[in-house]
Design a protein around this ligand. Structure first.
Ligand SMILES: [Zn+2]
Length: 162
């Protein structure tokens, strides 16, 4: 169990509750939740600990050997207790683990982005299948398009040839 904990995408913000191993399907499901008990409202930044509700979110993570990994994440919704705030309820964000609405972890998305960036759509799909991180051509290209461009730096000194 301790080994599994160390393989989580964020060992400081996530705690491993239990896990399920399915040898026939070749899957490992890790049931995890966030550690933090006090969360800041994303609108007013006021801290709160008042939980409104929970829901489950499934995220595909990097495979371990020949097993596909799914994080079954218990996500909490909180009340904002600041009476002056417009937001009454908000969902906790785990920015070190995944993007809002994503169905995969950040580190899997980064791996797929690197494959897509190096090989493009069709060849990237073939390699990702070999690596056990299957994604469609459109997904690879969408991930590549979402990579932020490097900042444009204006040179301080221009030479004659420039
Ligand atoms: Zn608020």
């Amino acid at each position: 169990m301790e080994l599994l904990y160390h393989l989580l995408p964020d060992t400081t913000n996530l705690q491993l509750k239990r896990w399920q191993f399915d040898k026939v399907q070749g899957t490992i499901t890790l049931i995890v939740s966030a550690v933090q008990t006090v969360i800041n409202c994303p609108v007013c930044n006021h801290p709160t600990h008042r939980i409104h509700s929970h829901y489950e979110r499934k995220l595909t993570d990097l495979p371990w050997a020949d097993y596909s990994i799914t994080l079954q994440l218990r996500v909490r919704k909180f009340f904002c207790i600041n009476t002056l705030c417009k937001r009454r309820i908000f969902t906790e964000r785990l920015t070190s683990v995944t993007a809002p609405w994503a169905r995969r972890t950040l580190r899997l998305a980064q791996r797929l982005s690197a494959i897509g960036l190096s090989l493009g759509g069709a060849a990237g799909v073939r390699l990702s299948e070999q690596l056990g991180v299957t994604a469609s051509r459109n997904t690879l290209l969408k991930l590549v398009r979402s990579i932020p461009l490097p900042p444009i730096v204006t040179p301080q000194i221009l030479g004659v040839d420039e």
